[in-house]
Design a protein around this ligand. Sequence first.
Ligand code: DC
Length: 230
Amino acid sequence: MAERVCAVAIDGPSGAGKSTIAKAVAARCGFVYVDTGAIYRTVGLAVRRAGEDPHDAGAVAALLPGLDIRFDYAPDGTQRMFLNGEDVSGDIRTPEMSMYASAVSAIPAVRAFLLEMQRAIARSRSAVMDGRDIGTVVLPDAGLKLFLTASPEARAVRRLRELRAKGDPSTLEEVAADMARRDHDDASRAAAPLRAAEDAVLVDTSDMTLDESIQAVYELVCRTYPEAAR
Ligand code: DC
């Protein structure tokens, strides 16, 4: 019998630990980890390089047909993003690209352009996919949907730590303000706003360590997909 393709959708605001948790759980279960935020960031980078305003839906939509966006997986499971053949995995990880990604992600033409790319990977392999609309739009039939969240304070501190580790000099106030603005924009946009699917399991990681969060999500995955247990 063919192995079944398992799909785990993880949504939630930035800084809730989605990507770290999703990546660890995917590795443990032998699933691929799909970081959909990286795909939006790559569109944001293309818009920045073209010198266009990321809020200008017409200008952004006009760029899309000329973009070749692909991703693959390094042997260690790291997702790499390519823009017109160039590896831009590092360039998309800046606070500026967070804002560009958030702005372009509100444009329906961008979401439509990226939808099939996300669905295709989940059809071909068992995946843990994280983003903002995975359980609601991209994979509405996922076997397990999680909405991962944490208090704004906990999320800002975590994001600051990540940025500091990369040498970014942002302050806690700046990170918290950026995050609050992005949360607001992501949740209030008309196109696929950030929200929990009706059948999503809510996981609040505010008072959990990273290991506890990973274990909690791993257990939920194994309950849905016993074949993922290691
Ligand atoms: O997860 P992230 O911070 O890398 O995402 C960057 C932005 O992309 C985020 O502010 C909202 C947008 N995004 C989205 O709209 N839908 C997704 N599935 C993933 C990200």
